[in-house]
Write a protein that binds this ligand. Structure first.
Ligand code: TRP
Length: 333
């Protein structure tokens, strides 16, 4: 591990199929960071069980997610790719940090409130403690920077507070992590309801483009995607009045690395139909390449497991050092 490089930690839950929002919003940024930071890219399988799931699906989703990480271009020789449940220090630090986190702080978290409303029959304490496990993920590795989507900012703020609180009791044990929130163009919204985020757990699948979906089905969804109803048809970026079009521009720009103003120029005077047929082409090219690489990795489970074993081995070394520091600071022998 290069000691001069800053440390990045980030994770995605294997709680469903990854979407184009995960790619444009998060994974694409991870790829950019892999050259200048030491990166821990984790699959947060322990977080995924806070919602009732089917075991065989979780198992499949975990391997799908690793394959997608690789297919998207996260290089296992440069980064530490691993499963949260393989590094038992996450769950252990979680217990310690629970004792430095107030119930009031947890019950005020927006995501907890939203998720409890959605799964009224299963408001388990894992759901409440979710951000403490996230803090454990981050703090175990002396993380400097956490690339996250907008919906996770509150959890990172809490992580910083927990770390400061612990440090104020025991000295400088934890590094205080900074957030790295991607630009306004990285927050990909739902296709039919661009007032909310594109989410892999959305019950209306027409809101979401999945990375492993067929081109045919994606084309239909883009054709249905809302543009805007009340303003005159024109293709320009206006996230307040033209959320649908702006969202499609963000996807276009994210997949091609072209700037929004460059796209506005190209599509000025063109119809929504022209724009949609071009974006379908862009997405199709991207998805075809991605899927062929995905299937190449996904077939080879032995290789995927080797990547995860290697990753866990490296992560464990760092995590264990931190856990020992924490235990000794607390006074455990
Ligand atoms: N909760 C994050 C999400 O759903 C995933 C996650 C788990 C995470 N642990 C993390 C993200 C640590 C950043 C850092 O998106």
């Amino acid at each position: 591990m290069n000691v001069l490089k800053k440390i990045v930690f980030s994770a995605i839950q294997p709680s469903g199929q990854l979407t184009i929002g995960n790619y444009v919003g998060v994974i694409r940024q991870w790829i950019k960071m892999q050259n200048s930071y030491t990166c821990f890219y984790c699959i947060a399988d322990l977080h995924a069980i806070t919602i009732r799931h089917v075991s065989s699906e979780l198992r499949k989703n975990i391997l799908d997610t690793v394959s997608l990480y690789l297919a998207c271009g996260i290089n296992p020789r440069k980064n530490i790719i691993f499963l949260q449940s393989h590094v038992h220090q996450h769950a252990q630090l979680n217990w310690f940090l629970n004792c430095y986190t107030y119930c009031g702080e947890l019950s005020r978290m927006t995501q907890f409130k939203n998720k409890s409303k959605r799964s009224i029959k299963n408001i388990n304490s894992g759901l409440l403690n979710y951000p403490v496990l996230m803090a454990s993920d981050i703090l175990l590795y002396d993380t400097n920077v956490v690339p996250i989507g907008h919906d996770q900012i509150q959890h990172l703020e809490l992580t910083r507070n927990i770390a400061r609180r612990f440090n104020s009791c025991y000295g400088n044990i934890f590094t205080i992590p900074d957030k790295y929130v991607f630009g306004r163009n990285c927050n990909i919204l739902s296709l039919l309801d661009p007032d909310k985020k594109m989410s892999k757990s959305d019950s209306n699948r027409n809101n979401v483009i999945f990375l492993l979906e067929s081109i045919d089905s994606i084309s239909k969804k883009i054709a249905l995607a809302v543009t805007d109803s009340n303003s005159p048809p024109s293709i320009h970026y206006d996230i307040i009045n033209k959320k649908g079009i702006s969202n499609l521009l963000n996807i276009f720009s994210g997949l091609t690395d072209r700037t929004i103003s460059n796209l506005e120029l190209e599509f000025s005077g063109k119809s929504y139909q022209d724009f949609k047929s071009d974006i379908i082409e862009v997405i199709s090219d991207f998805i075809k390449n991605l899927q062929s690489s995905y299937f190449y990795y996904r077939k080879n489970e032995d290789y995927l497991k080797k990547i995860l074993n290697d990753g866990a081995f490296k992560a464990c070394i760092k995590a264990d050092t931190m856990l020992k520091k924490v235990k000794s600071a607390i006074g455990l022998i």
